[in-house]
Ligand binder design. Structure first.
Ligand code: SF4
Length: 124
């Protein structure tokens, strides 16, 4: 099994990703990570810290994410609504099922990350 660390709110970013990102390197890494997440022997580990997606992000500074307070809030919101916790391991599709059932299905996206700079893409 290949474990990939993933912040809970990145499950939502990946779902709505359409090739736009903070830099070309970030976008290429996002696409490569999304491919890995589809592999049969891949499992995610939920974390409340910088994860696989953050590795190539220009906002990932020495002391962590430039917007750490905001993204921690997004992570906490996703965990609160789905009932998932940091440290849990699952497939990416299992995370997506929870996000659909507890967040996007009931129309609760705005409660999670309505103030995100990318909200114009995801929140339609
Ligand atoms: S903005 Fe922050 S949480 Fe989002 S990918 Fe960059 S470093 Fe990670």
């Amino acid at each position: 099994m290949k474990d990939i660390l993933l912040r809970p709110h990145h499950g939502m970013c990946i779902r709505f990703f359409e090739g736009k990102g903070y830099s070309d390197e970030f976008t290429a890494h996002m696409e490569a990570t999304m491919e890995k997440l589809q592999e049969k022997d891949c499992r995610i580990v939920l974390v409340e810290k910088e994860d696989e997606i953050c590795q190539k992000c220009p906002n990932f500074l020495e002391d962590g994410c430039r917007t750490k307070e905001k993204v921690k809030r997004y992570d906490r919101n996703v965990m609160e609504l789905t009932g998932l916790q940091a440290g849990e391991k699952m497939t990416f599709s299992q995370l997506q099922e929870q996000i659909t059932a507890k967040i996007t299905g009931p129309g609760k996206m705005g409660d999670i990350c309505g103030d995100c700079v990318w909200a114009h893409i995801c929140h339609g």
